[in-house]
Ligand binder design. Sequence first.
Ligand code: SF4
Length: 493
Amino acid sequence: MIKVVCIGHNYAYEVKELLKLFYPPEEILISINDETVEAMVSIDEVIISSVNVIDEQIIVETEIQYNGKIEKIREVRNLMNCNVLHKRKVEKNLVKRGIFQLLEKVKKTYIPWGILIGIRPTKIVHELMEEGKPKEEILKILQEEYLIQQEKGQLLLSVAETEHPFIYPIDEDKISIYISIPFCPTRCIYCSFPSNPIKQWGHLKDDYVDALCKEIVETAKDFNHRGKIIETVYIGGGTPSTLNITQMEKLFNCLKDSFNLQTIKELTFEAGRPDTIDEEKLQFLLNNGVTRLSINPQSMNDCTLQTIGRNHSVEDIKKAYFLAEKVGFKNINMDLIIGLPGEDSSMVENTMKELLDLKPNNLTVHTLAVKKASQLKEEKESYRLEEEEEVIKMLKITQDYANKMGLKPYYMYRQKHMLGHLENIGFCKPGFEGIYNILIMEEKQTILAFGAGAVSKFVFPKENRLERVPNIKNLELYLERVDEMATRKKNYL
Ligand code: SF4
């Protein structure tokens, strides 16, 4: 167990998030200005983190006591002419740096992202680019200030450069739309999304599409006279391809009648599970303006597909992929997860070899995150998950194959509880970037979201402010309270 005593500051939340990289949450104790030794618990390490501000100087001292030894770090920064916000940011980073550097030494854990614990590390690079800093300086700041490894710094920089033209100049009149279809054939063991297995909940699909259309129509009434332009539409979930043709038709007609979709640059449709796809549906989607399709194998190993709770085979994935190509889709994304239960790096290599034959223009590689709402979290003991080193090897394999396939990283994000403290990366052939993915990650554009579990984001760039407006996740409650979902958004429009 570790105890951290914060003196002269109250960054307990940030400190706790950082400590989770080294300790399970239940082994972390944080106190403010209280160095009392706990009587009832056994503390292995104690850190004292103190901040002193003298004139324009911030002095941060960090001390760790472990195994009868003591180590210390002291950093001083002169912050003349800096505003309060900037001073606070520097102070917070210095506190995190002190703790990180001492723990890295004592615990000898591989933490490639340094003190960056947020989901969107590219945001920092965009900020530095906006300040006009050259590449070399940005890389130096990432390594020296945020203590991230060089290879991760280069990844961030290259992703931010690719994203830049899709985000800037910021235009408040452009928005995107997200539609949630929260049904799946079965629930995958790692899933924490709004997803309801068809067997139990499929009888509500018609009612759901009706409610969704109601929410769209009601919101559009208030939206359309505001002169906004729709840039991208993303239909995700769940598995939207669980809808039948009549339901899809209703949804697409409602969207076209409610919004002007003439201006959109991209319409993505997730047809994640091959057992929900047929030629008629694919043809319908192509005829109705879908430009980007996602078929998500997660793994190309039959035994893993069984383990994670899928009712289809690798052969089904290949058939669905070739069918989508035959119908005429040029931009097909495939999602993978590394670190799935029972998989080692040779199995990931097998997946990549299979994908090398398919040659998708888009590939998204996720690192498994054991999330609270998943079956995997509840039954973690029953599954074999690989150690950190093996997962790092897996990520490297996917990157090497992506390179062979001519794919470049174009967006990335991190999640809590990821194996190996790694990241998720979207790769694509140049010109096939998933624009919605970039926009949702960088949070520079308003996203109007519809359906159960969907979260709208209203962005106010001039105020550097973002408001999240979530819809109800529970399917039955959503159906009951759909009018309220439209009203919630209207309040922000
Ligand atoms: S397909 Fe996706 S949304 Fe559906 S259960 Fe699996 S992980 Fe969840």
